[in-house]
Design a protein around this ligand. Structure first.
Ligand SMILES: *Cc1c(COP(=O)(O)O)cnc(C)c1O
Length: 467
C-alpha cells in the first residue's frame, strides 16, 4: 500500500524533488498543465532552468543593480503586495515616495523660489516619456499662442546620436521627428557646435545625456545651456532642455557636486533618472522631476483618490508594486549622502584601475577610462596585429562567467567595435583583479588558439580551441 501518497500523481510530501513525477517528465511550456504540482518541485524546476543564465553579478554589461543588502531585499520582499498607485490605501508608502522626490530634487539643486514636481516611474524609459510629453504639450500650448502653425510640420526633438532607445520609442509613439546630432570620434557626446543647426520653431526641446549609454561620457550640458540661453533671447519660441540622467543623475551629485548639469542651469526644465542604476535599487524604478509646475502642462496630470480627497499623479502605468519605491527610500535612509559617495567613489576607483590595467596590455585604445561614469570602454588599436576580434574576446570571457559585450558604436561611427565594462557597486577591487587575470588569460588563449576565424577558408572545418 502506498500510504499517504497522492493518488493522482503517486507523489507525496516526502517524495524528494528529484524523485518526483515532474522531475522525470517534460514540464508545461506552451499549454497550462492540467494539475497542480508541489511548490518545492515548481521552485526547483524553475530555479534550475534559470541556472545557465550565469551570475548576474558577473554581468558587466548592465547598469542595473545586481546587489542589495539583505535588509533591503527583505523589506522589498515583504512589501511586494503594496500597489504604488493606491495612494489612499498606502498613505505611508506615498509619503515615502514624496520623501524620495524631495531628496532627489535637492540633489539636483531645484531652485528654492520655484515649485518642483516629481514622481516615481518604472524606470528611466517611463520617466523620459513623461519628460518628453511635457515638452511636447508645453511646446504646443506656447506655439498656438505665438501663432505658429502647429499643423504645418511635425514637432521635433534634438538629441545626439548616442541616444538610448527609449527616445526613439518616445518619438515614434508620440509622432515626433527625431533630429540626431551625429557623434564623431572627436566628440563622443553631443556636438555643441552643431546643435543649433537642428533647432527651429518646431523643436519641443533638446535632450542632453548625463551619461551616454554607449561610452559613459557626459554631454556638455553647461555649454548647451549657454548656447540655448543665447538662442532663446531672440527666438520666437524658447527651447528647453530635458536631461536624461538615467545613469549620471544619481552618480554625479555625489562624486562631482560642483559640476553644473542640473536645475542650476536656467534652461534645464526637467530631469529623469533610473533608481535601479546608480540609485542602487533592483529594477524597476525611475524618477522624473520638473523644476517648476510651469513646465508640466496640467492636461497631463490626473487625480487619484487619496485619503478621502484626490492627489495629482502622472504616470503611463497604473498598478505596480511599491516595493521598489520602498527599496529606494531604504537606500536613501540607510546610506545617506556619505554612503552613496563612498560607494560611488570606490566604484569609480575600480573603473580607473581596470582602465589602467587594460591600457597596459598594449592592445587597446581606451575611449572612456571611468572618469565620467565608472565605465571602461575601449577598442582594439589599429595595429593590434591579432587574428581575433572583440567579439571573440567577449566569447572567451563568457567561459569564465564574465558577460562583457562587444558592439558597434552608433550611426556615423558604426564601423568601430567597442567593448564596454560597466562597474557597479558590487564589483570590488578584488573582483576587478580577478577579472584582469581572466582577461589576460583569455587574450593568451586567443593568441595561441587554432581557430577558424571569420569566414576564412582553411582545409579543416573546425571551430574551437585546440591548444
Ligand atoms: C538605461 C538608460 C535609459 C533607460 O532606462 P531604464 O531605466 O532601463 O528604462 C534611458 N536613457 C539612458 C541614457 C540610459 O542609460
Amino acid at each position: 500500500m502506498l500510504f499517504g501518497r497522492n493518488d493522482k500523481l503517486g507523489d507525496s510530501y516526502e517524495t524528494p524533488v528529484f524523485g518526483s513525477t515532474e522531475s522525470g517528465s517534460s514540464i508545461p511550456k506552451d499549454i497550462l498543465g492540467k494539475n497542480s504540482i508541489a511548490p518545492k518541485t515548481a521552485y526547483r524546476l524553475i530555479k534550475d532552468e534559470l541556472m545557465n543564465e550565469g551570475n548576474a553579478r558577473l554581468n558587466l554589461a548592465t547598469f542595473c543593480q545586481t546587489y542589495m543588502e539583505d535588509e533591503a531585499t527583505k523589506l522589498m520582499a515583504e512589501t511586494l503586495e503594496k500597489n504604488a498607485i493606491d495612494k489612499s490605501e498606502y498613505p505611508q508608502t506615498t509619503e515615502m515616495e514624496n520623501r524620495c522626490v524631495n531628496m532627489i530634487a535637492k540633489l539636483w539643486n531645484a531652485p528654492k523660489d520655484m515649485n518642483y514636481l516629481g514622481t516615481s516611474t518604472v524606470g528611466s524609459s517611463e520617466a523620459c516619456m513623461l519628460g518628453g510629453m511635457a515638452m511636447k504639450f508645453r511646446w504646443r500650448n506656447r506655439a498656438e499662442k505665438l501663432g505658429i502653425d502647429i499643423t504645418k510640420r511635425k514637432p521635433n526633438l534634438v538629441i545626439s546620436s548616442g541616444y538610448q532607445v527609449c527616445w526613439e520609442k518616445f518619438c515614434v509613439y508620440w509622432d515626433i521627428e527625431m533630429r540626431l546630432v551625429p557623434m564623431d570620434e572627436e566628440h563622443m557626446s553631443l556636438n555643441i557646435d552643431k546643435v543649433l543647426d537642428y533647432v527651429d520653431e518646431y523643436t519641443i526641446g533638446v535632450v542632453a545625456l548625463q551619461g551616454i549609454t554607449y561610452t559613459g561620457k557626459f554631454d556638455d550640458i553647461k555649454k548647451l545651456d549657454a548656447l540655448l540661453e543665447k538662442y532663446n533671447k531672440t527666438a520666437k519660441i524658447s527651447v528647453p532642455i530635458h536631461v536624461d540622467g538615467a545613469s549620471g543623475g544619481l552618480f554625479t551629485p555625489f562624486i562631482d557636486p560642483d559640476m553644473e548639469w542640473d536645475f542650476r542651469l536656467k534652461n534645464v526644465v526637467s530631469i529623469s533618472t533610473s533608481g535601479h542604476k546608480y540609485g542602487l535599487v533592483y529594477p524597476g524604478i525611475g524618477w522624473v522631476i520638473w523644476k517648476d509646475e510651469e513646465y508640466l502642462p496640467k492636461e497631463l496630470i490626473f487625480e487619484v483618490s487619496y485619503l478621502g480627497g484626490t492627489m495629482p499623479t502622472m504616470a503611463i502605468n497604473f498598478s505596480r508594486s511599491a516595493s521598489q519605491v520602498i527599496g529606494q527610500y531604504y537606500n536613501f535612509l540607510r546610506l545617506g549622502f556619505e554612503g552613496y559617495r563612498e560607494i560611488h567613489q570606490r566604484t569609480k576607483d575600480v573603473a580607473m584601475y581596470l582602465s589602467d590595467e587594460i591600457e597596459k596590455i598594449g592592445l587597446f585604445k581606451i575611449y572612456d577610462n571611468g572618469e565620467n561614469l565608472p565605465i571602461v570602454c575601449y577598442r582594439l588599436v589599429d595595429d593590434a596585429n591579432v587574428e581575433w576580434t572583440l567579439y571573440d574576446l567577449a566569447d572567451r570571457l563568457a567561459m569564465k562567467g564574465w558577460q562583457i559585450p562587444a558592439y558597434p558604436l552608433p550611426e556615423n561611427l558604426q564601423d568601430i567595435i567597442i567593448q564596454r565594462i560597466v562597474c557597479r557597486a558590487d564589483l570590488s577591487h578584488d573582483m576587478a583583479e580577478l577579472f584582469i587575470r581572466d582577461l589576460k588569460t583569455a587574450i593568451k588563449d586567443l593568441n595561441n588558439a587554432n581557430v577558424l576565424v571569420h569566414g576564412k577558408e582553411t582545409d579543416k572545418k573546425t571551430y574551437g580551441f585546440t591548444h
